[in-house]
Design a protein around this ligand. Structure first.
Ligand SMILES: *Cc1c(COP(=O)(O)O)cnc(C)c1O
Length: 394
């Protein structure tokens, strides 16, 4: 930030609303989308295949299958993990609803294990407590881009013969002890939704350790049609396809991949910009009575997906929801990641979950606020966010 906090500016809301999580779209992907339109091949084809290769190479993995969302990737990973009705999958109560819904759609039963209040990631000790003879898998979410304690989780999985499916929706760039998020488990699931770090509009991808699993996911993502069914309209003559399983319509279009190919090329420079903004926020807020993100653990790489502060009314004199409204009144878009899963009506009614049974996730969910952290933010935008926060908490 060029200006410092001594700088005097009239305290009034910025003129335009700062959209939370606005994607940074550049000319390269716009041109690629236009070229794809002109090519006439909009659906799943060569661009989607290229995006899969590029992503696999970025993550250093063998098998990557692109689809239309991370939710779809989670769903298909659990089917490929051969989960059956009644099987239990242990996951975190501090996540997006789609993590839980995917478990339910795969026919399994979600079981929650509370988080570590500092890292906000699933606590391996809590995971162990919830293991039963029916547990088949652990589904860790690398919250905000901070890696889960994969050492402990992998050893629990090994000693109980459990699958690991990593929700890497926040964690494309995340590393734990030199290894990328998504490469520890049997499956890694990534999101390219508009607020994520690589954007395709809607989009997702599953990495799989085994080729067999990847092939199954690929097939299930396109109706369960036998391999390479998308080639059937090509010029080598008509090819019959056979439906070998009852699949889904989860494939990624070339139109989406055209965006992703260029977004992926900027993932590292965008990461650097978000780290810079993160440090600006850390410095600017160090003397405020709010909870700041815990320092990055040694030998890990944080993806800096969300910058979250905790607004505890006892310390700040303003409650979280009032703070959210005040930020909006300052023309700054904010987010909440997340109300804990047991706060939602459906899960309460279906599973009998109570927020108080997962006290750390409940507390974070009720106090947390996500501030804008897009690489698109100018220094002036960051300054506006800082001023608004300080003004509200003054
Ligand atoms: C965004 C998100 C998802 C879902 O991603 P989609 O691509 O929108 O399906 C799943 N889990 C977490 C933690 C997310 O943030």
């Amino acid at each position: 930030m060029k200006r410092d906090s001594q700088d005097i500016r009239p305290v009034r809301p910025r003129d335009d609303f700062l959209v939370f999580g606005a994607p940074a779209i550049e000319d390269d992907e716009i041109q690629e989308v236009v070229a794809t339109m002109k090519s006439g091949w909009l659906g799943t084809g060569p661009k989607a295949a290229q995006f899969e290769r590029d992503f696999a190479s970025y993550k250093g993995v063998q098998h990557a299958v692109a689809g239309n969302s991370c939710t779809a990737a989670l769903h298909l990973s659990m089917i490929a993990a051969d989960l059956e009705s009644g099987d239990e999958v242990i996951t975190t109560p501090l996540t997006f609803c789609s993590t839980i819904n995917a478990i339910v759609h795969a026919g399994a039963k979600p079981v929650l294990a509370d988080i570590d209040p500092l890292t906000m990631n699933i606590d391996p000790k809590q995971v162990e407590k919830h293991i039963t003879p029916k547990t088949r898998a652990i589904l860790p979410v690398h919250f905000a881009g901070r890696p889960c304690h994969m050492g402990a989780l992998c050893s629990i999985a090994k000693s109980h013969s459990l699958k690991i499916i990593e929700d890497c929706a926040h964690a494309i760039e995340t590393e734990y002890k030199g290894r990328g998020a998504g490469t520890f488990g049997d499956f890694g699931c990534f999101s390219f939704y508009v607020t994520k770090k690589v954007v395709t509009g809607e989009g997702g991808l599953a990495t799989a350790k085994n080729e067999e699993d990847a092939t199954r996911i690929k097939m299930l993502a396109l109706h369960g049609m036998s391999k390479d069914a998308w080639k059937r309209f090509k010029d080598q003559g008509y090819k019959h396809y056979y439906v070998v399983q009852c699949g889904f319509k989860y494939n990624m279009m070339d139109l989406q991949a055209a965006i992703g190919i260029h977004q992926l090329k900027r993932v590292e420079t965008n990461w650097q910009r978000r780290r810079e903004i993160w440090q600006l926020y850390n410095n600017a807020f160090s003397d405020l009575p709010v909870g700041l993100p815990a320092p990055v653990e040694p030998d890990t790489r944080h993806a800096y997906h969300l910058y979250t502060i905790l607004i505890d009314e006892e310390k700040t004199g303003i409650c979280r929801d009032e703070f959210l409204n005040a930020m909006t009144a300052h023309n700054i878009g904010v987010g909440v990641h997340y109300l804990s899963i047991p706060e939602h009506t459906y899960y309460k009614e279906t599973f009998g979950w109570k927020p108080e049974d997962y006290p750390h996730a409940m507390r974070i969910g009720r106090l947390t606020v996500s501030l804008p952290l897009s690489p698109k933010l100018t220094d002036g935008d960051v300054w506006d966010v800082v001023k608004a926060v300080k003004e509200i908490l003054k």
